[in-house]
Design a protein around this ligand. Structure first.
Ligand SMILES: *Cc1c(COP(=O)(O)O)cnc(C)c1O
Length: 358
């Protein structure tokens, strides 16, 4: 039997590739090290010879990739003497900020859009003790307010405009390269503020520039049709989509993401809410993987581009699944095709119910 040292989070693992010092007090919940799961059934259903892996970021401590960035942002905020952090959020950033602030013993202020936040995410922000400020406006309005407050009050902004966030998030690319031993041909990823696509590209380039691998992927960013500024070529003022995590019309990493598209010779595309939900159902029903709607956008887009040949047969593809399905149980139940059968509590009734379904 071989014993492995306890995994203590991505800052400890990638210390020499992150802006921390030997004596930095690390604020960690053991984030990172998420599974890269090879899809078995979806490629068969598509009748295409492709190797698809999903990087299941929903298995981070608070259920989304935001933890990778938050461990860095909160570690640095504490190191710099900050006593409070603030963010605007469609839900997952606030859940993550609340948890890491609790861990560090500091205060988290979170601005969330009125009503349009998945229930699990709100529960997380509240139970971790964040000060939750619901604004009568959308994420983009919240983001502008946070930037204003950041100028006037002694709080550290932990949205992805905080450069430490992207530093932490680039480690997802490191993990993929280590596990595959090479870059995938295509990396498909949902795009909201476009911080994560930019962070992945940073990570891929870093290993490539240091000669650890000799290739880089083509980056493909998918947006929800109702919130697709990269497809429209300009900001969108009233974004709408069931995928609330990417209901963003004014992406903060606009220039960075266009640079990623150019440098990686990739592209952006959009998926309808129906396509997104269909992909979520396929992942949960055919592969046993439950991600939130926004996350399924990567697989919805990849399935379309594999089918139409834009992603050719023989390709190795990684799709990021950004958040866990349990974040948004309402949407899952509403669109579920299996129903709950209520029967009397006796053997005969249960048997009848079973027999009707074999
Ligand atoms: C934050 C988030 C996104 C969007 O990531 P960006 O870096 O804003 O592009 C996508 N999916 C989920 C589940 C998220 O929480």
């Amino acid at each position: 039997m071989t014993f492995h040292p306890r995994y203590t989070g991505l800052i400890d693992k990638y210390r020499d590739r992150l802006p921390v010092h030997d004596d930095t007090r690390v604020i960690s919940l053991g984030e990172g090290n998420t599974p890269l799961i090879r899809l078995n059934n979806i490629p068969r259903l598509l009748k295409k010879d492709v190797d698809i892996y999903v990087k299941f970021e929903g298995l981070n401590p608070t259920g989304s990739f935001k933890d990778r960035g938050m461990t860095m942002a909160v570690t640095k905020a504490v190191e710099e003497g900050s006593r409070a952090i603030i963010c605007a959020s469609t839900g997952n950033t606030s859940a993550s900020a609340a948890a890491y602030a609790a861990r560090a013993g500091i205060t988290a202020f979170v601005l969330i859009p009125d009503g349009k936040i998945a229930m699990g995410k709100l529960a997380q922000a509240m139970i971790h003790g964040a000060v939750v400020i619901q604004i009568k406006g959308n994420f983009d309005a919240g983001m502008e307010l946070v930037k204003e407050v950041g100028k006037e009050a002694p709080v550290t902004i932990v949205n992805s405009i905080n450069p430490y966030r992207l530093q932490g998030q680039k480690t997802a690319a490191f993990e993929i390269l280590e596990e595959l031993g090479t870059a995938p041909d295509f990396h498909c990823i949902p795009v909201g503020n476009a911080g994560n696509i930019s962070a992945h590209w940073m990570g891929y380039c870093e290993f490539h520039d240091h000669g650890i691998v000799n290739n880089r992927p083509t980056m493909v960013g998918y947006q929800a049709s109702g919130a697709a500024p990269f497809l429209r070529g300009k900001m969108v003022d009233n974004p709408e989509t069931i995928a609330t995590a990417i209901r963003i019309g004014h992406p903060q990493s606009w220039d960075k993401a266009w640079a990623v598209q150019r440098e990686s010779k990739g592209w952006f595309d959009e998926c309808s809410d129906e396509e997104i939900l269909a992909a979520q159902r396929m992942l949960s029903g055919k592969e046993g993987i439950f991600c939130e709607p926004a996350s399924a956008t990567s697989v919805a887009g990849a399935m379309r581009d594999i089918t139409n040949g834009k992603i050719p047969e023989g390709s190795k593809i990684v799709c990021t699944l950004t958040g866990h399905g349990l974040k948004d149980p309402d949407t899952a139940i509403k669109q579920s095709t299996s129903s709950v059968i209520t029967v009397e509590a006796n053997l005969k009734s249960v048997k009848e119910a079973i027999l009707r379904h074999v």
